[in-house]
Design a protein around this ligand. Structure first.
Ligand SMILES: C[S@@+](CC[C@H](N)C(=O)[O-])C[C@H]1O[C@@H](n2cnc3c(N)ncnc32)[C@H](O)[C@@H]1O
Length: 336
């Protein structure tokens, strides 16, 4: 179990500062509600699984952990990342079934490159908790938010292991919330060291369609690219508000095809983030493996003459320092 009682948590988990400009239209977004270990313990008394989209995920069991750290791990050094085998250490092996999960190697690379021990990492589309598991194993504080309470239950379930190495004198903590990434009202301005997240996109996976806890705001339901880019602009504004100056925000997002043509959702999302005031630090190509539909679509790709999408973009943005002269970065910033 986590030690949630650290003093530093109070500095992060507070209501938005009164001085912060209100988000436009916040009234339509749900407020963050903390889901505690007690809530989780109550939940598993009468739930042995949850269904996310159409996948059944077991919770509440005593999971076996073979190893807490990857056997071999090297920090990525180029702009092409490929992890044909999803990491299985700690409780990650349980989450391969969570649709749209990202590999723990992605989270680990981001956390190691952009934070230090004791820092706070936010994943506002936390899903099955991959980012928070990595934050815990790497002695960082973690905050996870998801619109779907069932996903938060999976996250807490996968975090239910002790990992108190002697090194962790920092007493790091983890907090989880049901909430909407467009309204992070319980997170203080400039309190986060890294945002690392993977939103749903292109109406591919209906995350809350089988949820017991239906809430408005599931962005996986947004089919229009225009609308999605606008919603992501609100997400970007919130990420910009909660991040400390000079710190990084990494977002993994893919594209889609419609009518046999490419729809560049990722570039629209990149624009939304530049619009919010971020500077583009990296544009990483993340190769996709094990896509459910590949065998069927491979055949169709030849038959109907189009290429299968097999990559996503992992954008890393930097929030400028207070008063930083950004003129020299103008080609990596909003240009329109
Ligand atoms: C691609 S999955 C994230 C997977 C996660 N990285 C993992 O490894 O398990 C996207 C998640 O975003 C959640 N979601 C959808 N709309 C949201 C919103 N407005 N705010 C917060 N979470 C949302 C979905 O319920 C889903 O769990």
């Amino acid at each position: 179990m986590e030690n949630n009682a650290s003093v530093s948590v109070l500095n992060v988990i507070k209501r938005r500062k009164k001085s912060s400009p209100p988000l436009s239209n916040t009234t339509t977004y749900i407020q963050m509600e903390e889901i505690t270990w007690k809530d989780y313990e109550e939940f598993i008394k009468d739930h042995s699984y949850v269904i996310i989209e159409d996948t059944k995920l077991e919770i509440g069991k005593e999971w076996k952990i073979k190893e807490y750290q990857p056997k071999r791990f090297e920090l990525e050094a180029t702009t092409v990342w490929s992890f044909p085998k999803r990491g299985k250490w700690a409780t990650h092996y349980l989450n391969a079934k969570y649709r749209g999960n990202w590999a723990p190697q992605v989270a680990r690379n981001l956390i190691l490159r952009y934070t230090k021990e004791g820092d706070t990492v936010l994943d506002a589309f936390v899903g099955s908790g991959t980012t928070l598991i990595e934050a815990k194993l790497l002695h960082r504080n973690g905050i996870g938010v998801d619109i779907n309470k069932d996903a938060i239950m999976v996250t807490l379930d996968r975090l239910r292991f002790s990992y108190n190495t002697l090194k962790n004198k920092l007493k790091t903590w983890t907090k989880t919330y049901v909430g909407d990434a467009r309204n992070l009202d319980r997170i203080e301005d400039e309190s986060i060291d890294l945002v690392a997240t993977h939103p749903p996109y292109a109406n591919i996976i209906g995350y809350t369609k089988n949820s017991n806890h239906k809430k408005e705001g599931d962005l996986s339901k947004v089919g229009s690219v225009e609308e999605f880019a606008n919603e992501m602009r609100r997400v970007a504004k919130e990420f910009h508000r909660v991040l400390k100056p000079g710190k990084y925000c990494a977002i993994l997002i893919g594209d889609t095809r419609r009518h046999k043509h490419h729809v560049p959702i990722s570039f629209r999302v990149m624009q939304s983030f530049l619009d919010a005031g971020f500077i583009l630090k990296e544009n990483i190509i993340k190769l996709q493996h094990n896509m459910r539909t590949t065998p069927l679509w491979r055949k169709k790709s030849v038959q109907y003459n189009f290429l299968l999408l097999a990559h996503e973009h992992l954008f890393v943005f930097r929030k400028p320092e207070e008063g930083e002269k950004v003129e020299k970065f103008k080609e990596s910033m909003r240009w329109w």
